[in-house]
Design a protein around this ligand. Structure first.
Ligand code: SAM
Length: 215
């Protein structure tokens, strides 16, 4: 019996849940500009909407905006008075993501901060901001410090989700010792061992970490 692989299963999921006009606009905008086509997949985006809604968070923080695909999915899970804050290194990406959130009806409830996420996180801490939900999906080397910052910015019981935590399996291969792999192993070790966190790591997509900051 030949079983289908992850790519064929992903195609099946995409056919079940084709992108709606707002998400299609993001994917087309990214392609037209020659930006990397690395938005979260369809099923993943739907999971983000569900997780935000189930968490009941009213303040969501995203690290890594690209063209706004995951931003729309996160914003869709918010209560009507909820807000999304998104951190993005490149001004042209943040501008495009903001335009896509605006077109999807979330313009008044979204804030983009441009620059290195490490600096933006320091600024948010200094402002005394707090968040009930975090989505980490930026440069892999930054993950351990993004996790530390998220814990500091977390409301009690906040949910933290992170993408790419298995790096296509590289993190599980002892022969791999590149900087992204080492950073991601450190991130995963903290998720497993930090007494302030309760969470798990799923071998779904490229490795999906889901955790809760204990109240
Ligand atoms: N979350 C997006 C989505 O699914 O629609 C995809 C994000 S993409 C994988 C990673 C993003 O992180 C890119 O837009 C990149 O410019 C941004 N990024 C990379 N390094 C960063 C940094 N140091 N600070 C903030 N953003 C960064």
């Amino acid at each position: 019996e030949r079983l289908l692989g992850p790519e064929e299963m992903e195609r099946y999921i995409e056919e079940l849940f084709p992108p709606d006009p707002d998400l299609r606009r993001v994917l087309e905008g990214i392609r037209e500009r020659g930006m990397p086509e690395i938005s979260v997949p369809t099923g993943y985006g739907r999971l983000l909407t569900l997780l935000v809604a189930m968490s009941g968070a009213s303040q969501v923080l995203e690290i890594g905006a690209l063209g706004g695909y995951s931003g729309i999915c996160l914003a869709r899970g918010l209560a009507p008075d909820g807000r999304l804050t998104s951190l993005e290194l490149l001004p042209e990406y943040a501008e495009l993501a903001a335009a896509h959130l605006e077109a999807a009806g979330f313009g008044g409830r979204t804030e983009y901060r441009v620059g290195d996420a490490g600096d933006s996180l320091e600024a948010l801490k200094a402002e005394g901001r707090r968040f009930g939900f975090f989505f980490i999906d930026a440069d892999k080397g930054g993950y351990p410090r993004y996790l530390d910052a998220a814990i500091e910015l977390a409301e009690p019981g906040a949910v933290i989700v992170a993408d790419n935590t298995l790096l296509r399996g590289r993190v599980a291969d002892p022969a791999r010792t590149g900087p992204s792999v080492l950073a991601m192993r450190e991130f995963n070790r903290r998720l497993a061992e930090d007494p302030r966190l309760a969470g798990t790591l799923l071998p779904a997509y490229d490795g999906l970490a889901v955790m809760r900051v204990k109240g």
